[in-house]
Write a protein of this length. Structure first.
Length: 316
């Protein structure tokens, strides 16, 4: 009862603390415009939300547009030539779209009374993912499965050898990744991008969480289930932002985005689906490091336990 309540209350507390009133914190906005236009737009942005936006200058429209397409900025004011306009990536989710849409009313110099800037979505969500939920929920499903695998593998087969345990973990991750990609990408068309790329990233996420859970249970016993639940499921999924970018997370949670498996995995999946592979390299490196470190620690612990058993038997 205590374990289950602790997990449940931790989930409620962390998610409500992070998402009960999500607000952007220095959301990058690219500007390609004259000094006067950029300064005026910056002032008006600060009036809308004093800490909500961070203005970054770009030399021309093309570079500012690329920043949006590579998720270096969430919107861009293109006023380097011709009529000013605002572009954004709807693939960042409804929260960003709702935040960016009103920026058209922040008219810069050259607009008539009551005139608004056009706001254009240059990177929309796929037709099979109209609300931008698929990346997070596909990831969450295999992260949860990874935790359950790590927990059940010790309950059902506690005496597996190191080789058998690692082989079963690899089989679980590969099959889970392929099945998730088949469901999310092929069956529903909810996640654009290369099939094998999506399957590989999901497999790495599931493997990282499963390996971490196995290690925690190996070290701490039943308490490891509680620790894995809080740190990998609760904190990990909260730090991924869900359907929100990291800039919407509170300061105490945002640093975990770049180190926890769900956070780096969700960003990499979004990058491979929409944003020209943004976050892919760092995601693969971080997830692979989690798996490698956990497996190496399991191997070392098994060797130590085997050596202790041999020494004990020799003394008898």
């Amino acid at each position: 009862m205590i374990t289950v309540l602790t997990i449940g209350l931790a989930f409620v507390s962390v998610f409500l603390a992070a998402f009960h009133t999500p607000q952007p914190h220095r959301l990058p906005v690219a500007i390609a415009a004259s000094d006067k236009t950029a300064a005026l737009f910056d002032v008006r942005l600060q009036r809308v939300s004093p800490d909500g936006f961070q203005v970054d200058r770009y030399p021309d429209n093309a570079s500012a547009r690329r920043a949006v397409e590579h998720r270096q900025a969430y919107a861009a004011l293109l006023a380097d030539d011709g009529r000013p306009k605002i572009v954004y990536a709807g693939a960042n989710g409804p929260a960003v779209s709702a935040l960016v849409a009103p920026l058209g009313s922040l008219c810069t110099s050259g607009c008539g009374a009551g005139e608004k800037l056009p706001v254009i979505d240059i990177l929309p969500l796929s037709h099979g993912d109209s609300r931008g939920l698929s990346v997070f929920y596909a990831s969450f499903g295999l992260v949860l499965a990874g935790f359950l695998f790590g927990q059940m593998t010790y309950q059902v087969a506690p005496r597996l050898s190191f080789g058998q345990r690692v082989s079963s973990l690899a089989l679980f991750a590969i099959v889970g990744g392929l099945a998730t990609a088949l469901i999310a990408s092929t069956a529903f068309g909810a996640m654009p991008g290369p099939f094998l790329g999506i399957a590989g990233l999901v497999a790495l996420m599931a493997g990282a969480v499963a390996a971490s859970t196995v290690l925690l249970i190996r070290i701490f016993g039943p308490i490891g289930v509680l620790l894995a639940s809080i740190f990998l499921i609760v904190m990990g999924n909260a730090s991924s932002g869900g359907v929100l970018p990291p800039e919407f997370l509170p300061g105490w949670l945002k640093p975990l985005t770049s180190v926890m498996p769900p956070g780096v995995g969700v960003r990499a999946l979004g990058g491979i689906a929409y944003f020209h592979h943004d976050g892919l390299v760092s995601g693969v490196v971080v997830l692979s490091a989690w798996i490698a470190v956990c497996i190496a620690a399991l191997f070392l612990l098994d060797r130590i336990a085997a050596s202790a058993a041999i020494l004990h038997a020799a003394r008898r």
